[in-house]
Design a protein around this ligand. Sequence first.
Ligand SMILES: [Zn+2]
Ligand SMILES: [Zn+2]
Length: 344
Amino acid sequence: MPVKGRAAFFKEVKKPLVIEEIEFPDPGYDEVLLKTRAVGVCHTDLATIDGEFPPPPRMPAVLGHEIAGEVYAVGSGVKDLKVGDRVVLSWLWHTCGRCRYCRRGEEHLCENLVETGRHVYGGYAEYVLAKASHVIKIPEGVPWEYAPAATDAIATPFKALRMVNAQEGDVVVVWGVGALGFNAIQIAKAKGCTVIAVGRSEFKLKKAKEVGADHVVNARETNPVEEIKKITGDGADIVLNFVPTDMKAYEQSFDALRKGGTLVLIGYPPGKLCLPVIEWGLLEKKVIASLAFTRFDIAESLRLIAQGKVKPVITVYKGLDSINQALDDLRKGKVLGRPVVVMD
Ligand SMILES: [Zn+2]
Ligand SMILES: [Zn+2]
């Protein structure tokens, strides 16, 4: 029997989401219907609402792709999940498993990716339909409000550090102290790295120190490259840059690398990056991008929370009705870490 519930619809650019009651379908053969318990409010959604990102191909849309929920109903073909199981669902609503990228273990690049919140209804709703293959069980000891972080805000920096093979002894600079940055600091510390956090807000840098950064650098008040060189002697092994707006931060990140160091682009400011080729070559610096994550990274992120190695920095909002408030606070830069809407 289809179940009735509320969903927050994105109908028009730059307008608040509109909450309406709809019928959620029964899960198909290989699907589950989740009752949403907590959902992360992501910058990507904000950029979509504000018209900075293209609108979802299917409008009106239900955004929200950092979902923790309880299995409410299971399709007839689903054998490994049962009603009441606690799971998460990410942006990867479905990946095909048969394209070149899926076969190579890079499902985030899938040619046939179905995106949660863009191609199908997402988590700003009381229920969400999901493919059983793409939900991941939440281990014991992970509270609802922390679980959504595993589907993006932890998984993204986790994969970036996995790609560059960060290891004990490396100096890792975390450039940008938003939700992902705070988690990146904790993951790098868990790997035995020395961590320098770079930000522009004293209040957020204080939090960066609290979650484990060995050093913090205020890029508004000092020259961050000089500060990093002062701390390290010759620069960083790895810079993870999360800054979404400021291209200068990427040029500075490149300058802050020591020989053989790697700059990882994670925030994507619009524009072109201009780098000195001779220095690039002679110092054998590397510049790579890390997009999103795979289901492997989500499962590992849940493990890190369960083991207490990462405690995501979040701000809790209560009930679906608080969604527009959460988005607005995020827009104004008022939120510390990730806003998470916890359902009633
Ligand atoms: Zn997200
Ligand atoms: Zn694929």
